[in-house]
Each structure stands twice: as C-alpha cells, then as structure tokens.
Ligand binder design. Sequence first.
Ligand code: CP3
Length: 368
Amino acid sequence: MTTTPLHNDRFLRALARQPVDRTPVWMMRQAGRYLPEYRERRAHAGSFMDLCRNHDLACEVTLQPLERFPLDAAILFSDILTIPDAMGLGLYFETGEGPKFRKTVRTPQDVAALAAPDAERDLDYVMRAVSTIRRELNGRVPLIGFSGSPWTLATYMVEGGSSKDFRHLKTMLYDTPDAMHQLLDILAQAVTDYLNAQIRAGAQAVQIFDTWGGSLSTPAYLEFSLRYMEQIVSGLIREHDGRRVPVILFTKNGGQWLEHIACAGADAVGLDWTTELSDARARIGHKVALQGNLDPNVLFARPSAIRAEVARVLESYGAGPGHVFNLGHGISQFTHPNNVSAFMDALHELSPQYHQNQHQNQNDGDAR
Ligand code: CP3
C-alpha cells in the first residue's frame, strides 16, 4: 500500500498523549440507522450482513457520517460477530431481536470442534473493506479497525444471540471453566490474527469492544476477560507504515477495574459515561490516553442541554493532551442528525480552550 499523508492526525496524536488544537471526536455506531442515507443503502443491499460483505457499500456507509460531521476518525463498517460467523456458527439478524446464531457452543465437545479462522482467507471481505476505505479516505482522517473481546464474542456464541442474564454462559463458566478457557483461548488467537490482518490492510488504530465484561465479578473479569485482551494486545502489530498503531480497550461498565485495564499494555482505555473522566484521570491518567464519555441519550435533549453536557465532560477531563471524545456507548437509531450537529458544534467551540498552551508548545516543538 502506498502511504498517503494523513491530513488530520488529532485522533492518533491524542492517543499518543501528544498536544492537539482541539479534542478529537468519533462516535460508536457513527454509521448506522440514525442516518437516512444509511437506511437507504441498507434497504438497497438487502441485509446488514450484505452491506458488510460488499466492500464498496461498506466503504460508502463508513464515509457517510464523515460527509455530515467534522469527525476525526472513521470506523470500519462491519460487526464484531464476523469471527464466530467465520467459525461456522451461522450468523443472522432477526428484525427487532438483534443478532442470532444457528449453532451454539455450550459443551467441551462443542469447544473441541472449533478452530480459529484464518482472517486473510475467511474474512477477506473485511480486509477488502479496510483497504477500500483507506483508499477512499485518502488521508482525510485515520481509520479505526475493531474486534469484539473474546469474552464478549463468547457471550453471543454460547447464548446463541443477545442475552439478559447470560444463563448458559455463566453455567459453562462455573461448571466447566477449562472448556471456557479453551474457548477464550481460541478466540484470543482468532482476534489477534483478525486485528493484525486489519492493520496490514490499513487500519491505523484498533479498538477491542468488551461490551459484556461488566457482567462479571472482579476475579472472573480478570481471569476470563482482561487476561485474554492482554494476550491479544501482546500479539498485535504495534507499528505499521512507519507509524504506531494504537490499541484502545473498552470494557462497558468496567470503570471499577480501570487500574487493571490501564496495565494491560494498550495505549488507551475507553470509558462509558458512568465513569467520571476526572476520577479516571486521577486514577490512571498518566499511564494511558482516555476515550469518553458522553451519555448518547444526551442527544435526545435540546441543543442547550447537549452543549452543557459537552462542556461538563470537557471540564471533567480538564486541560492537556490524552483525551479522545466519544459517545459513551453507541448512538441510538432514534437520534436526530441535527442533534449530532449540535454536539459537534459545541465540542468545536468549547474544546480548543483546553489545549491552548499545549498547542503552542507543540508548534514550538515543531519549529525546533
Ligand atoms: O461503530 C460503527 O459505526 C462501526 C460499526 C459497528 C457495528 N457494530 C455496526 C452495526 C461496530 C463497531 C459494531 C460493534 C458491535 N456489534 C458490538 C460492540 C459494541 C456494542 O454495541 O456493544 C456488538 C455487541 C455488536 C453485535 C451487534 N450487531 C448487535 C447487538 C446488533 C443489533 C443492534 C440492533 O440495534 O439491532 C448488531 C447490528 C449492527 N451492527 C448494526 C450496525 C450499524 C445495526 C444494523 C442494522 O440493522 O442496519
């Protein structure tokens, strides 16, 4: 791949805790159903997975939010469940019920029958999407690749879809912990290979989504979720095309384990809105960058309330580098795009003051 210069590197600079002129921002699910142009494309493609499997369409919907909003990163349009799908579990989406698998993994025999997919071969459609998006971005902003954490992928594979109580999964964890470890180990190998393939295809940062780590007790979180994310981080390509490829770990509801997460070897920790940035910064702020954390439901409120909440989040992190602004956990399909604009406007107006002196230093540094 020929290297195009990156025109906007705020996101990568913030992850490296280097000075920036304003706080960079991206949103989880920034491409999706809240955008009419996405709904139009999805109807045309047939299904969500058809969109993911067609690299031109995946590229088009990845870029849609960037046409509307001054975002500082693009995120690959795909899903975390592509790995179990490539393992032969048969992913499908039932309207209104979320993801489902035709086959589940619940016994030691089920686990023994599994193997990690070869990402370049079995998930080549994802790699084609990554390289197409990189080409079309043409250096505008960096591209984020992603995967689910082994624990979060296991929740869907064992339950066969979304779950409220994780009954089958927890039964397996407590009854047959060895089989659970074996499953998580296969998934950790699969995720490492998958993320490295995305990096080779052009992903400039990667995020691991541990959406369901927060459902565990502290010892179980450390043993069954964090340990495998650590294993992945230690196996990732950390420099590509002459640039560091930062890794972000995001455990939803993981605020109580910040000190542990910050020691897992990643460049940044993603926070949801239930963890206060000022507290997080006081606890781990110098170790890693922090990504977070506006409650996405704030975007249902009026513009002045959105602005007040953006101001509060910025003030909570305070001055200085190392902050990536993010919607705590995904934008709702019912959000009005105008309210996203109100959020972006507020951030653009309010965030530069938190970087003034630092940015001056950066310019001094560049001149030296
Ligand atoms: O953030 C982005 O813009 C990138 C794309 C992305 C999607 N899913 C697209 C998507 C990312 C990063 C994900 C991650 C993902 N997928 C997670 C981890 C983050 C999280 O949300 O907790 C999880 C748990 C999944 C599994 C998944 N995929 C669920 C539970 C659903 C159904 C959601 C629903 O509201 O029905 C999906 C489908 C999905 N993935 C959609 C999108 C845009 C909706 C697809 C559609 O109906 O058009």
